[in-house]
Design a protein around this ligand. Structure first.
Ligand code: ZN
Length: 210
C-alpha cells in the first residue's frame, strides 16, 4: 500500500492517491481541483484508478471530479447522500456531482486487494465520512492535526463533530492520519494533544457511564 498526497486548488485541499502496490490499482480521494495534475500523478504511479472517494461534498473536495472522470471514463464516484443537493444541501457549497454511488457507515470499497472501510463522521457536514485502509485514516475535514474542521457552515454541528472525533479517537491502535487540509499526523498524537479529540472522547466516555 502506498499513499501519495497532492495539494490542490486555492484552499490547498489534500488529494490522496491510495495505491495497492500488489495489483497496481488505486483510488483517488478528494480530487478538489487541478484534475490534470492529479491525472498525471495517477499515470506516473503506474496504478489504474478504480474509484473516486469523497470525504464530503464541499466544492473544494469535489471540483476536480468531472475532469478526472473525462480522463478516466467510467470511474465510480462515492459520496454520502446527505452531502448532495438532492438531500437539501445548498448547491453553492455542495455543487452537484452527477452519478455518485452513495456510501456511508459500515460500507466497504475494494481498491485492488485493499479494503477501504467507511465511518460516518458528521459534524463538519451531515455527510462527512472518514476512510480507513490498513494503518491509514483519511479524515477529510473532520480531524485535522491539532484541530478539527469548522462547523458553522450548512449542516455543521459541533456536538456531532465532538461525537465523531470521540469515535475516531476511540479506534483501537495507531493510525497515520491524512486530513483534508494541512499536514498529516498520527492518531496517537491527536489523542494526546488535540483538545477536540480529547473532549469528544470524554463525552463518549461519560455517555457510556451514564
Ligand atoms: Zn469541507
Amino acid at each position: 500500500m502506498d499513499v501519495q498526497c497532492l495539494q490542490v486548488g486555492m484552499i490547498e485541499t489534500n488529494c490522496y492517491l491510495l495505491c495497492d502496490t500488489e495489483t497496481r490499482k488505486c483510488a483517488v480521494i478528494d480530487p478538489g481541483d487541478e484534475a490534470g495534475r492529479i491525472a498525471v500523478a495517477v499515470r506516473k504511479s503506474g496504478c489504474a484508478p478504480t474509484a473516486i472517494l469523497l470525504t464530503h461534498g464541499h466544492y473544494d473536495h469535489t471540483e476536480g471530479v468531472a475532469e478526472l472522470r473525462r480522463a478516466f471514463p467510467g470511474l465510480p464516484v462515492y459520496l454520502n447522500r446527505e452531502d448532495t443537493p438532492a438531500a437539501g444541501a445548498p448547491a453553492s457549497l455542495f455543487p452537484p456531482v452527477p452519478d455518485t454511488v452513495p456510501y456511508g457507515e459500515g460500507d466497504k470499497v475494494s481498491v485492488g486487494n485493499l479494503t477501504v472501510s467507511v465511518i460516518a463522521t458528521p459534524g463538519h457536514t451531515k455527510g462527512s465520512v472518514s476512510l480507513i485502509c490498513g494503518d491509514a485514516l483519511f479524515s477529510g475535514d473532520t480531524l485535522f492535526a491539532g484541530d478539527c474542521g469548522r462547523t458553522d457552515l450548512w449542516g455543521g454541528d459541533m456536538e456531532q463533530m465532538l461525537y465523531s472525533l470521540g469515535r475516531l479517537g476511540s479506534l483501537g491502535g495507531n493510525f497515520k492520519v491524512y486530513p483534508g487540509h494541512m499536514e498529516a499526523s498520527t492518531l496517537e498524537r491527536e489523542r494526546a494533544w488535540n483538545p477536540w479529540v480529547k473532549q469528544g472522547m470524554r463525552m463518549l466516555q461519560s455517555a457510556k457511564e451514564a
